[in-house]
Design a binder for this molecule. Structure first.
Ligand SMILES: NC(=O)c1ccc[n+]([C@@H]2O[C@H](COP(=O)([O-])OP(=O)(O)OC[C@H]3O[C@@H](n4cnc5c(N)ncnc54)[C@H](OP(=O)(O)O)[C@@H]3O)[C@@H](O)[C@H]2O)c1
Length: 293
């Protein structure tokens, strides 16, 4: 495959994708970012030409452009590309949002019909060494058929696992990704706040929680959430939950709602698993829905 590839947006996904394409033997020719230093840093990962404006791109456009800008900037970037006439009939334009459909690229329709979305199911938190994180991951593809077929081939070159997703399924799919990744980080942060009374250095606290976190995730992946569920809700320990609710209401009211909402979800899960008696379920629901009574 010898596509001329350009990336617009030298952030986390842009930089890691540039590195991954390069290591897969694909040639990234241009990296555009309004921040010259970011464009240079990403270009250095793949031997591309860095640029701060679209003017660097060839007339009529390269064969493949990845728009790796934030979701809210994708429509404007597509309009900018259309206005600059940097995408022609042979140019495939692809964005990387998990929630937006390829149709968000509609401003480009007068120039090219080859529009698609490609969402890597991965969390890219850094910029430099992240190219390895494309290996073995699933990549959701959606959009114009010929472009999706091209992306399937590229995904396989990246040693990733492409799959197709309909535009209508993207929102729920992306909320799931956010719950599993970003909200997990939020939960970790809330737990960190609650661990303020444990007098250990920060690194040791992270090491202390690691087996719990890793084993829980391993159990969910091996057997599903029902079988992985442990803890006071699954045992119907209303006394413990009462104590938790009281402590949160008194000391950390900001975390009370989070605890109640998630615990109610766990009651439903424990019920489905046949782990609670009818009385235990009723007591837990009453407690969690009306913690003040
Ligand atoms: N990070 C992840 O884990 C992840 C995973 C899957 C999918 N995605 C998707 O990947 C896309 C990029 O996300 P990201 O996390 O890589 O974002 P990011 O780290 O914030 O990077 C976005 C980059 O685009 C630049 N930019 C913004 N508007 C631009 C424009 N009009 N022209 C040129 N460059 C522009 C930004 O520059 P400034 O810094 O100057 O604003 C920044 O360098 C999003 O669609 C996101 O949903 C992200």
């Amino acid at each position: 495959m010898r596509e001329r590839i350009a990336l617009i947006g030298a952030g986390r996904v842009g930089s890691s994708l540039a590195g991954a394409l390069h290591h897969a033997g694909l040639e990234v020719e241009f990296i555009v970012d309004r921040d010259a230093a970011a464009a240079r840093a990403a270009a250095a990962l793949c031997g591309a030409v860095p640029a701060v404006t679209l003017a660097a791109l060839p007339e009529g456009g390269p064969a493949l452009i990845f728009l790796t800008v934030p979701d809210d900037a994708i429509a404007a970037a597509a309009a900018e590309l259309a206005a600059a006439a940097k995408a022609g009939p042979g140019t495939a334009v692809v964005h990387c949002s998990g929630s937006l459909p390829a149709a968000i690229l509609a401003p480009l329709r007068p120039h090219t019909r080859r529009l698609a979305s490609m969402h890597p199911l991965q969390s890219f938190a850094g910029r430099k060494q992240e190219w390895r994180r494309w290996r073995g991951i699933h990549i959701a593809l959606e959009g114009e058929e010929e472009t999706v077929v091209l992306l399937e081939e590229i995904a396989r070159r990246l040693q990733s696992r492409p799959f197709r997703l309909t535009a209508g399924a993207k929102i729920d799919y992306h909320i799931a990704c956010v719950l599993l990744s970003n909200c997990l980080v939020g939960l970790y942060d809330a737990a960190d706040e609650l661990l303020a009374g444990v007098e250990l250095p920060a690194e040791e606290k992270r090491a202390m929680t690691e087996p719990l976190l890793r084993n829980t995730i391993a159990n969910v992946i091996a057997s599903g959430p029902g079988a992985a569920l442990t803890g006071p809700v699954s045992r119907g320990d209303t006394g413990t939950i009462t104590a938790h609710l009281r402590a949160l209401a008194a000391e950390r009211p900001g975390l009370l709602e989070l605890y109640r909402t998630l615990s109610l979800r766990l009651v439903k899960l424990a019920e489905q698993e046949g782990r609670l008696t009818l009385l235990q379920s009723e007591q837990l629901r009453k407690l969690l829905n009306h913690p003040d009574e």
